[in-house]
Design a protein around this ligand. Structure first.
Ligand SMILES: NC(=O)c1ccc[n+]([C@@H]2O[C@H](COP(=O)([O-])OP(=O)(O)OC[C@H]3O[C@@H](n4cnc5c(N)ncnc54)[C@H](OP(=O)(O)O)[C@@H]3O)[C@@H](O)[C@H]2O)c1
Length: 336
């Protein structure tokens, strides 16, 4: 059999979760040369039936011997603890894991990949490739293009993140939170009518872990280990798609029209920027798409060379499932 005819076997770990469901949808849309799929969950959902590509599958409980049967690829979306334990087991059996959790992202031997930005890192993997945090993925797609051309001096993130980023419990807190006897499952305070400047846990330095992830992952992906980056990450009462205000300072002078043209011509980016007609990226419109939407692009007059921009993307697709599947797709392309 030549490489082009080869069919692969893929495991989806966390197949019953919010990201897992979107991953199934994206895999159905893409129709990759994968002949065998196995869907894993914890004991809780094991035995559930899933219809995928018009076939019925039974969800299996993930166990230590689950990878003994041999897989080419596994996409993990089942939390950090599951990834820490099971990704090395899968890798030791010859499977390449693309991991959605934060467990492996800052490991120096694990590539942290956004295909539009640093797909050349994929081949450096030792069996585990990390998918970055959802809020980082959408930010680095435009930042890479701008860094290559104008050299970024500093980045300031302020995020407005959807509840789907907190999994099924986050969605419940928004959808059911208005019921009088509802007990919050995910957030420290009601998300209805509130913006919560609190995503993940607080660290000793006053930042949240989400903010620290954005800072460290941006540096790693852009290969700018000392880049000054700061972040304030906020959960807002939006079901899906994260919005971000990004302030960028450059080393070099730039022409505004040229900068916008550059973004317009970049892979994976859609510029929506016509304020006179109220056209700018919106969470409702980004949902269901894999591109990163950029608008409100304007000069920051408080510094010599800087801009502000508004960046929106579907956190479950580009921020998680689609990015992971694009990585698998790249690996398949490279084998053929
Ligand atoms: N939501 C996002 O926007 C987003 C973005 C990027 C990355 N992520 C990451 O993706 C992961 C999943 O997030 P989510 O939002 O999809 O969460 P979720 O809706 O809570 O789903 C969790 C999934 O993991 C499975 N699981 C839990 N413990 C397991 C175990 N011990 N073994 C096997 N499977 C287990 C669950 O199975 P059961 O049905 O049996 O409980 C379920 O399928 C997390 O690491 C999260 O940080 C999420």
């Amino acid at each position: 059999m030549n490489a082009k005819e080869r069919k692969y076997k893929l495991a989806l770990v966390g197949a019953t979760g919010v990201v897992g469901k979107v991953a199934r949808d994206v895999l159905e849309e893409k129709n990759l040369p994968i002949s065998e799929y196995v869907f894993f969950s914890s004991a809780k959902s094991a035995g559930k039936k899933i219809i995928f590509q018009e076939k019925e599958y039974t969800v299996r409980e993930l166990k230590e011997d689950s990878f003994d049967e041999g897989f080419d690829f596994a996409i993990f979306s089942a939390g950090g603890e599951t990834s820490k334990k099971f990704a090395p087991i899968a890798a030791s059996k010859g499977c390449v894991v693309v991991d959605n959790s934060s467990a492996w992202r800052m490991d120096k031997d694990v590539p942290l990949v956004v295909p539009e930005v640093n797909s050349e890192e994929i081949k450096k993997n030792h069996g585990i490739i990390a998918n970055p945090n959802c809020s980082t993925i959408q930010a680095v797609v435009p930042l890479k293009v701008l860094d290559d051309k104008y050299k970024i001096k500093r980045v300031v993130y302020s995020t407005y993140q959807a509840v789907s980023g907190a999994g099924i419990k986050g969605i419940r807190d928004l959808e059911d939170g208005a019921n009088t006897d509802y007990k919050l499952q995910k957030f420290a305070h009601p998300i209805i009518n509130n913006c919560l400047p609190h995503i993940d846990v607080f660290l000793d330095n006053g930042y949240t872990k989400e903010e620290e992830k954005m800072i460290n992952e941006t540096r790693k992906i852009l290969n700018r280990p000392n880049l000054p980056v700061t972040a304030t990450t906020v959960r807002v009462p939006v079901i899906n798609s994260h919005s971000e205000s990004i302030n960028v300072e450059f080393e070099n002078k730039f022409d505004m029209d040229e900068l916008i043209e550059l973004l317009k011509n970049s892979k994976g980016i859609i510029v929506q920027d016509n304020p006179a007609s109220s056209v700018y990226p919106l969470a409702t419109e980004a949902s269901g798409h894999d591109e990163v939407f950029v608008g409100r692009i304007r000069r920051d007059y408080s510094i010599e060379n800087g801009i502000n921009m508004w960046v929106v993307a579907d956190n479950l697709r580009k921020g998680a499932a689609s990015n992971a599947i694009q990585i698998v797709e790249k690996m398949i392309d490279e084998k053929s």
